[in-house]
Design a protein around this ligand. Structure first.
Ligand code: KIV
Length: 262
């Protein structure tokens, strides 16, 4: 899978499936299952490290997660988030961050949050041959500016700004754009307007593809239950039962049995 494959999928009207992954083992299973794209999201700050926002994760930590995922993938397109503070200032810093991730992780593309305000960085990164996925709507790295994780672009003015930013990102050379937590009608409008694919999360069925955070869709996390989330498994229960079973077996002396010793 390449960035061009995703663009061709949109042209053919085929939906694109993406999930996040942060480690080798999960990425391996996901890739073998046939996932189109795997996002090494900075949501690793929440799911892997327990922070309450994505802000604390560092470039080194993202590279560690990304390189682990890349080692588990033979087919899917691996996209990596540039973390907060590594691209929003001078485009030269953004460029240096982008080059580090590409060189040190082996990933195929990057994702950056924002529109007009980061467009210079996007242009320079793309001009070096590094594919960039945009991210508009709810942009978790700006959580302190917006003050919450509610619906974005619900006013006409914000919707117009989002559409403007989406066009700018496409013109700057982005190969796809994530649309997070926006009204479904706007997801349709942006998807129809752009020739590059839109990947929605809480942006409705009109997007060209969908992405979910793997821990959320597998039901590992129980406390996060937004309307857009569909749970495909209840791993929390499966894991809890397995841990309790193991505890019982160790305490009772049932494990290990004679067949499980040398
Ligand atoms: O970091 C992340 O997991 C993301 C997805 C929610 C799109 O950016």
């Amino acid at each position: 899978m390449t960035t061009q494959t995703l663009v061709q999928m949109k042209a053919r009207g085929e939906k694109i499936a993406m999930l996040t992954a942060y480690d080798y083992s999960t990425a391996r299973v996901m890739d073998a299952a046939g996932m189109d794209a795997i996002l090494v999201g900075d949501s690793a700050a929440n799911t892997m490290a327990g922070w309450d926002s994505t802000l604390p994760i560092t470039l080194d930590q993202m590279i560690y997660h990304a390189a682990s995922v890349v080692r588990g993938v033979s087919r899917a397109l691996v996209v990596v988030d540039l973390p907060f503070g590594t691209y929003q200032g001078d485009w030269r810093d953004a460029f240096a961050s982008a080059v580090r991730v590409m060189k040190e992780s082996g990933a195929a593309a990057l994702k950056l949050e924002g529109g007009e305000e980061i467009i210079e960085a996007v242009r320079h990164i793309v001009s070096a041959g590094i594919p960039v996925m945009g991210h508009l709507g709810l942009t978790p790295q700006s959580i302190h500016k917006f003050g919450g994780y509610g619906l974005r672009a619900s006013s006409d003015q914000e919707a117009a700004k989002l559409l403007h930013d989406a066009r700018l990102l496409q013109d700057a050379g982005c190969f796809a754009v994530v649309l997070e937590k926006i009204p479904a009608y706007l997801g349709v409008q942006v998807s129809q307007e752009l020739t590059i694919p839109t990947i929605g999360i809480g942006a409705g069925n009109g997007c060209d593809g969908q992405v979910l955070v793997v821990q959320d869709m597998l039901g590992v996390s129980q406390d996060f239950a937004p309307k857009f989330l569909r749970r495909y498994a209840d791993l929390h229960s499966v894991m809890t039962e397995a841990f309790r079973h193991y505890l019982r077996d160790v305490r009772s002396g049932d494990f290990p049995s004679s067949k499980e010793e040398y």
